[in-house]
Every structure is written in C-alpha cells, then in structure tokens.
Design a protein around this ligand. Structure first.
Ligand SMILES: CC(C)(COP(=O)(O)OP(=O)(O)OC[C@H]1O[C@@H](n2cnc3c(N)ncnc32)[C@H](O)[C@@H]1O)[C@@H](O)C(=O)NCCC(=O)NCCS
Ligand SMILES: Nc1ncnc2c1ncn2[C@@H]1O[C@H](COP(=O)(O)OP(=O)(O)OP(=O)(O)O)[C@@H](O)[C@H]1O
Length: 275
C-alpha cells in the first residue's frame, strides 16, 4: 500500500476521463488533447502571499483532474516533528525560546517548535530567515522528492495510463512560494507563477485572514525579494518560470486559465531529448 505523508492531497473529484469526455475534440478515454499527459509530470507553482497559489493548486486537483497536491508549507511544518533533528538544530540556532514551554517541559516529552515564536523572529529579520532556511530546506526538499517518487511509483504500478475509470492526469502539483530560491525547480517539468495586482492581494488577505492593511502589506513586502514573486518577468525571460497565471478575475476565470495552461505546451519546460 502507498503510504504518503499527510502533507499530500489526492482528491477524487472529476477524473481525467470525465474531463476528456467534456472536451469537444477529444475521444472519451483520452486525456484532453495537447495536455502534458500521458507522461508523469511535476508542476511547480510559486507566487506571493495572497496571490491565490493554494486556490489554484486545489482547483488543479479538484476541477482539472491533476493527481495530487503537495504543499511545501505543510511539508516544512512536518519537518519540525517533535523530537526531530530539525527541532534541535533550530533550537541550537535560535535558542530555547522557540520551543514550546521554552524547552522546559517534561523531560520525557519530545521537544517541540513553537512556530509562532519562531515566525516572530524570522519574518522580522531576513538574515535569521536565511539561517532557518539553511536548516530546514534540505529536509523539505528530501521529503518532497520522496513523496513525488512514491506517487510516480504508484502511477507506474497502476499501468501509467489516464484512460481507466478513476484515472487522473499524471500531474503532481507542487506548491511552494520559495520554489526557485530553494532550487526545487529541478524537481519540476514546468514552473508557473501565480500573479495578482497588489491591491487584490491586500484585499484578499484582509478579508480572508483578518489582517490589518499594514500587516498584510508587511507580509507582501517581505516576499518581494523572493525569486518568482518579486521578479516574475525576469524569471520568465531566464526560462525558470515557464508560465504566468494571472489571478485577477473570478474563480471560474482562474479555473479556465488553469485548464488552458495545462494544455499549452509552452507552459512546460521543453521535452528532454532522449539519449
Ligand atoms: C517561520 C515558520 C516556522 C512560521 O510558521 P507558520 O505556521 O506561522 O507560518 P507558515 O509556515 O504558514 O507561513 C506563512 C506564510 O509565509 C510564507 N513563508 C514561509 N517561509 C517563507 C520563506 N522562507 N520565504 C518566504 N515566504 C515564506 C509561507 O509560504 C506562507 O505564505 C515557517 O514558515 C517556516 O518554517 N519557514 C521556513 C521554511 C520555509 O521556507 N517554508 C516555506 C516553504 S518550504
Ligand atoms: N480569483 C479569486 N477570486 C476571489 N477570491 C480569490 C481568488 N483567488 C484566491 N482568492 C481568495 O484569496 C485568498 C488567498 O488565496 P490563497 O490562500 O489561495 O493564496 P496563497 O497565494 O496560497 O496564499 P499563502 O501564500 O498565504 O498560502 C483566499 O481566501 C482565496 O479564497
């Protein structure tokens, strides 16, 4: 049986077959014409806070038939498993104050990170965040690689086709704001940046997260120096970002753009020549 971490979502809404049947020019049982299918692919999705990355990734699975969604934020949280090596490395760098109960709990209890305390330090100090990233990213990258490997194995074991009932497009969606800075684009066959006008991101963060305008602005600005967030045109020109998804309309506009993008070969890295 496939055992995947709780950080992976495999949904079962519309199947690739249903999608294919809904496509006017596609024979039932075939993936929609021109999509990245049939070969197994990883789609990296980056973008700033409030741009709509999570919303887009959920739609890619629930409405567009992609296989699974890996959320790097959740993977990072799982790296701080109580008592893990990462917990001790973080405590050694940032002090016992970033541990629950200041690290002074029952000696038999595994030591746990207090993410709120840690966040208060690193979101206010870019060089502290860089130190944290150095500790955490290698664990996150390895866990993501393992999960992709398991999904690929499972896909291949199932016959590697999208044309069975319940079959889905063999596309694993990897959501990570820091995808490019962390160097995880090598895991992906395409990298999309979700973009939104600043005033829309502000409004969405104020409405959906209850942040004040000043807090929302601070969080948006804190990510402005991240690759694939503050410099999307440059990353497109360099070929690191293969597609831009403008999330400046309604949710149904977003869904339509995602479907079109999945089918557009120019939104993917060029296929590698066989050796
Ligand atoms: C600082 C931590 C403990 C705060 O945890 P908390 O649960 O309070 O916040 P959460 O993880 O949900 O992050 C809040 C927002 O900040 C963004 N964010 C988190 N880390 C980073 C980072 N290094 N650079 C830019 N944005 C980041 C997230 O994408 C999210 O939009 C946590 O974010 C963390 O460990 N960050 C470092 C690891 C990392 O880079 N994670 C991001 C993807 S792997
Ligand atoms: N096209 C849209 N129309 C209306 N609301 C939207 C749209 N896209 C996203 N939203 C809403 O905006 C809010 C932020 O979206 P979402 O959580 O997907 O952003 P995010 O980029 O994943 O943020 P974070 O980096 O914090 O995870 C959510 O409440 C979401 O429902």
């Amino acid at each position: 049986l496939l055992s995947l971490p709780a950080t992976t979502t495999i949904a079962s809404c519309r199947t690739a077959m249903e999608l294919a049947a809904a496509e006017p020019n596609t024979a039932p049982g075939e993936p929609p014409r021109g999509t990245a299918a049939p070969s197994f692919k990883v789609l990296g999705v980056c973008g700033g806070i409030g741009s709509g990355k999570s919303t887009a990734c959920k739609l890619l699975v629930s409405s567009c038939g992609c296989l699974a969604h890996i959320d790097a934020d959740k993977v990072a949280h799982s790296v701080y498993a109580p008592g893990s090596r990462a917990v001790e490395d973080v405590a050694a760098r940032f002090g016992e104050g970033v541990l629950k109960n200041g690290g002074k709990g029952d000696v038999c209890e595994p030591r746990e990170i207090d993410r709120k305390q840690l966040g208060a330090i690193v979101f206010a100090d870019r060089s502290a965040m860089a130190d944290l990233e150095k500790i955490v990213w290698p664990h996150v990258g390895a866990a993501i690689g393992d999960t992709i490997g398991k999904l690929r194995e499972e896909w291949e074991r199932s016959g590697g086709t999208a044309d069975e009932p319940g079959g889905r497009l063999p596309v694993v969606v990897l959501e990570a704001a820091v995808l490019l800075d962390a160097g995880w684009e090598d895991l992906a066959d395409g990298v999309w940046a979700v973009t939104v006008p600043r005033e829309d991101a502000l409004r969405r963060l104020i409405e959906s997260r209850g942040l004040s305008e000043a807090e929302a602005a601070k969080r948006i600005d804190a990510q402005a120096s991240c690759r694939g967030i503050g410099n999307v045109p440059e990353e497109v020109a360099a070929g690191a970002v293969t597609g831009v998804v403008a999330n400046d309309g309604s949710l149904s506009d977003l869904e339509r753009v995602l479907r079109e993008s999945l089918e557009d070969p120019s939104f993917w890295k060029p296929a590698k020549e066989p050796c």
